[in-house]
Design a protein around this ligand. Structure first.
Ligand SMILES: NC(=O)c1ccc[n+]([C@@H]2O[C@H](COP(=O)([O-])OP(=O)(O)OC[C@H]3O[C@@H](n4cnc5c(N)ncnc54)[C@H](O)[C@@H]3O)[C@@H](O)[C@H]2O)c1
Length: 320
C-alpha cells in the first residue's frame, strides 16, 4: 500500500463509482476520499459532500485529509452540455481550474484530469485521429476539455504540477449508468437486450465511434497515474484507443447471444455531435510512453456485459 491519500471528485458517476473500488484496493479504504454533490446511500468508504465549483470547499477537504492525489472526474458531459452551453462552460472550467489551483498551493502532488475524444472537430482526420491534430471541438463540452488540456500543460510547464490526462473514448461498463454523453447508447443497448426490450437507438446504424470497456479504461487510468513522471511526454492529454464500432455492429454482436433482440433507429441531436467525432483513434504515444494496450474487443466485452447484466436482472436469454 502507498502513502498516498486520494481524493476523487465526481465519485458517484459512471467512472467514479468503479474507479473508487479499484483505488480502495490499491491504497486502502481509509485512504480514498470519495466526493460528489450528493451521497449515494450504497456507498462504502470515506465520503465528503463537495461542490467542486467552490474553491474554498475543495481546499478545505484537501487540507482536512492531507490529500496527495486528486482524480477530478466531475463534469457536465457532451449531450447534456448542449442543453445549457454557458452553464456547462462555467461549471466545467471552474471545477477544473479550482482543482489545478488547489493542487498547486497544497500537499497535492499528482492530478488526474479526464479529457475526451470530444476535443476533436472536423478539421482533424477522423480516421485514426492523431494525438496532435488541430482541435476545433463542436460542443461546449469538447471546448471545455480542450481548454482543460491546455491548462493542464500550463500548470505543468509553469508550476511543475504533475497533471496526467487521457482522452477517453465512450466508456462501456455494466457497473454504472452513463451520465449524459453521446456514446451512452452503447451502455443502454445492453440493458435493453437483457430486459428483452426493443432498443430505440438515438444514433444512425452506421455511426462508428471509438469505445472502450470499463475495465480497460480504469486500468489505463491507474497505469498512467503509476508510471514514473519522466515517462510522461504528453502534458495535454493522451489519446487512448481500444475498439471502434457502429450501433449496427454492436447490435449484431449482441444478437449472436440474444437472437430475438430488436433495434430501431431514431437519431436525435446527438447524431450531429457524433458525426463530428473521430471514428478511430491513433494512440501510439500512450502505447510508446507508458505501454498502453487494451485487452477487450467488441466480442469479449459483449460477452462480459451480457453475463454481468443477466446476473443483475436475473433473466435468461431471449430465444427465437
Ligand atoms: N463516460 C464516458 O464515456 C466518458 C468519455 C470521455 C470522457 N469522460 C470524462 O470522464 C469523467 C467522468 O465521466 P462520467 O461518465 O463518470 O461522468 P458522470 O456524469 O457519470 O459523473 C460525473 C459526476 O460528477 C458529479 N458532479 C457534478 N457536478 C459536480 C460538482 N459541482 N462538484 C462535485 N461533483 C459534481 C456528478 O454528481 C456525477 O456523479 C468526466 O470528466 C467525463 O468528461 C467520460
Amino acid at each position: 500500500m502507498s502513502d498516498d491519500i486520494v481524493l476523487v471528485i465526481g465519485a458517484n458517476g459512471q467512472l467514479g463509482s468503479v474507479l473508487i473500488k479499484e483505488l480502495q484496493n490499491i491504497h486502502g479504504i481509509s485512504k480514498v476520499i470519495a466526493s460528489d454533490v450528493y451521497l449515494d446511500s450504497n456507498f462504502e468508504g470515506v465520503f465528503e459532500l463537495l461542490d467542486a465549483t467552490d474553491i474554498d470547499s475543495v481546499h478545505s477537504i484537501v487540507k482536512k485529509h492531507s490529500i496527495t492525489q486528486i482524480y477530478h472526474l466531475a463534469a457536465i458531459l457532451s449531450a447534456k452540455g448542449e442543453q445549457q452551453p454557458l452553464k456547462t462552460w462555467d461549471l466545467n472550467m471552474k471545477m477544473t481550474l479550482n482543482v489545478f489551483e488547489v493542487a498547486r498551493i497544497s500537499t497535492v502532488n499528482k492530478v488526474f484530469f479526464p479529457s475526451s475524444i470530444a476535443v476533436y472537430g472536423n478539421k482533424a482526420p477522423l480516421q485514426k485521429s492523431p494525438q496532435s491534430a488541430f482541435l476545433n471541438p463542436a460542443t461546449v463540452y469538447g471546448i471545455s476539455k480542450a481548454a482543460g488540456e491546455n491548462w493542464a500543460q500550463y500548470y505543468f510547464t509553469n508550476y511543475d504540477l504533475d497533471i496526467r490526462s487521457i482522452r477517453y473514448p465512450g466508456v462501456i461498463g455494466y457497473q454504472s449508468m452513463p451520465g449524459g454523453g453521446t456514446t451512452d447508447y452503447a451502455v443502454d443497448i445492453y440493458h435493453s437486450a437483457v430486459k428483452k426490450q426493443t432498443y430505440n437507438c438515438f444514433l444512425n446504424a452506421d455511426t462508428k465511434l471509438p469505445m472502450i470497456f470499463m475495465e480497460d479504461a480504469i486500468r489505463a487510468t491507474i497505469e498512467l497515474m503509476q508510471v514514473p513522471k519522466a515517462k510522461i511526454k504528453t502534458r495535454t492529454s493522451y489519446n487512448l484507443g481500444s475498439m471502434s464500432f457502429s450501433p449496427s455492429e454492436l447490435y449484431e454482436a449482441i444478437k449472436k447471444e440474444h437472437p430475438g433482440f430488436e433495434i430501431e433507429y431514431q437519431p436525435d441531436f446527438r447524431q450531429g455531435i457524433a458525426d463530428k467525432w473521430p471514428k478511430s483513434i491513433d494512440d501510439n504515444e500512450a502505447r510508446n510512453d507508458w505501454d498502453w494496450k487494451p485487452k477487450f474487443n467488441l466480442k469479449s466485452m459483449t460477452s462480459v456485459m451480457l453475463e454481468k447484466l443477466e446476473e443483475k436482472y436475473n433473466t435468461t436469454k431471449l430465444k427465437e
